[in-house]
Design a protein around this ligand. Structure first.
Ligand code: SAH
Ligand code: F3S
Length: 444
């Protein structure tokens, strides 16, 4: 009985909010908690400790978490359950939650190793504490507990030094730090041995990876031949740090995927300057041309934000023109929300009315859909190498996978299995999904 109770007290559940890096962080946290005698519960209602891996990049992300916490308060009232918030929580949101006294502890992204102590303190009734550790951590001594099979993520840089004026990340995650290349290579080899077929190297600004004299292109160059049968992806690239050397390396290795996520944020030089993005529209466009010259088959995606401070209709038109010129394969689009602590919050006016932000957002989303369809149609009739990742959400008789360009492809299952590479002939498409049928096997 006593033993059961003890096990129960040690079970935890993690809910993720935000980006791939948060998912990857949760895998580190799970590994740390396992080492300290905790158990992962698959069911939130059976856990005694609930961790919320938070995100504050946009106001909406904070609101979502806030609503979820309200919704789950009944669990806390009923049983003695601990609520811990980990991850990218802004100081302001933390202070609001502290006042409400509904959270037992807060742990920032540099202090995950301390989570077991936070839990122990909370159990003995030392409530409402938070970590203040500013010392950057790479967690290179932790083997993450990967939640997914076949494809997964590995953070290779953490934090960010760029200080884009709209962005809260440098405040929530701290200064940029890169992981040891030996750790990265060994971890990827371990993943391959365990059946993984694709790794995505993560960083807020992954191209600025630096370890002594080694830059990101050197890392890719070392890594690619070490895991020749494994796909390598990376995200996010900042246009400012994307070098010719990186492009040459991508083009040279067949297992480095031909896709670059290159957030532009805006097509207006005035806005780019206000955002402290360290490139101009012209430099960005010439970089795209260079990518297409060096890696002709490369797909390109973007992040764009509408309604940043002082954005006028002509700035918005500049963004539309830039999109028309590039015709991206796909993109992620947001309307700007002011984030406490950032330069824009302190010094600029959030002066674009909400309905204008939304109207502009709808315009760029509609335009991107058009471009995506145009780009997808380029693949119809072609044969694509696909890694089978799972069942199609819409039809369980179909597999779901991606090509090197990171485009989603679905096709009838036949006798193939998850984790296999296969060639698929594309027969039709929507703006988001290529549809095809198996053409022949890939020998790997
Ligand atoms: N490091 C990446 C961005 C990470 S944040 C880069 O260099 O671009 C992911 C995306 O969220 C950003 O590209 C931006 O489009 C969006 N974003 C960041 N801050 C935001 C804010 N305050 N309001 C709305 N969108 C924001
Ligand atoms: Fe944010 Fe800019 Fe860094 S968007 S994560 S400050 S590159």
């Amino acid at each position: 009985m006593e033993n059961n109770k003890k096990e129960l007290n040690n079970s935890f559940y993690i809910e993720n909010y935000g980006c791939q890096m948060n998912v990857s962080d949760s895998e580190i946290v799970i590994s740390i908690l396992f080492k300290n005698g905790f158990f992962l519960s698959k069911n939130l209602k059976e856990a005694n400790i609930i961790l919320f891996n938070s995100c504050s990049i946009r106001k909406k992300a904070e609101l979502t978490l806030n609503n979820r916490l309200e919704e789950l308060q009944y669990l806390k009232r009923k049983n003695k359950i601990l609520f811990g918030i980990i991850g990218c929580l802004s100081k302001q949101f933390r202070d609001i939650l502290l006042k409400k006294k509904k959270i037992d502890f807060f742990v920032n992204p540099n202090s995950y190793k301390e989570i077991p102590n936070f839990i122990k303190n909370a159990i003995i009734g030392k409530p409402y504490i938070y970590s203040n550790n500013q010392k950057n951590e790479t967690y290179s001594d932790i083997n993450p507990f990967y939640l997914k099979k076949i494809t997964t993520f590995l953070s290779i840089t953490r934090g960010c030094n760029n200080m884009c004026t709209f962005c809260v990340v440098p405040f929530t995650r701290g200064r940029e730090i890169s992981s040891n290349p030996y750790y990265i290579i060994e971890e990827c080899k371990r993943l391959y041995k365990n059946g993984y077929k694709e790794i995505t190297l993560l960083g807020q600004n992954v191209d600025s990876y630096k370890w002594n004299n080694m830059d990101f292109s050197d890392l890719l160059n070392f890594l690619a031949p070490e895991i020749p049968f494994m796909r390598i992806r990376f995200s996010t690239s900042n246009p400012h740090d994307m070098s010719d050397k990186i492009l040459e390396v991508i083009s040279k290795h067949s297992n480095i995927c031909k896709h670059i996520h290159l957030p532009v944020q805006s097509g207006s030089n005035k806005i780019l300057k206000l955002m402290n993005r360290k490139y101009t529209r012209e430099k960005y466009i010439s970089l795209i041309k260079k990518i297409r010259k060096i890696i002709p088959e490369c797909s390109i995606s973007h992040d764009i934000m509408t309604g940043f401070c002082n954005e006028e209709e002509k700035d918005h038109q500049d963004t539309i023109d830039l999109m028309n010129e590039i015709q991206y394969n796909y993109g992620y689009m947001f309307s700007y929300s002011s984030r406490p602590g950032t330069y824009a919050y302190r010094k600029l006016k959030d002066n674009v009315p909400h309905y204008v932000k939304k109207k502009r957002l709808k315009e760029i989303i509609d335009l991107q859909k058009k471009h995506s369809l145009f780009r997808m149609k380029e693949y119809v009739g072609k044969i694509q190498e696909v890694l089978i990742e799972g069942e199609s959400k819409k039809n369980n008789q179909y597999w779901y996978g991606r090509n090197t360009q990171n485009l989603v492809i679905v096709f009838p299952k036949e006798s193939y299995k998850i984790g296999q590479f296969t060639y698929v002939k594309i027969t039709e498409t929507t703006s988001a999904t290529l549809i095809g049928k198996i053409y022949k096997d890939v020998k790997k």
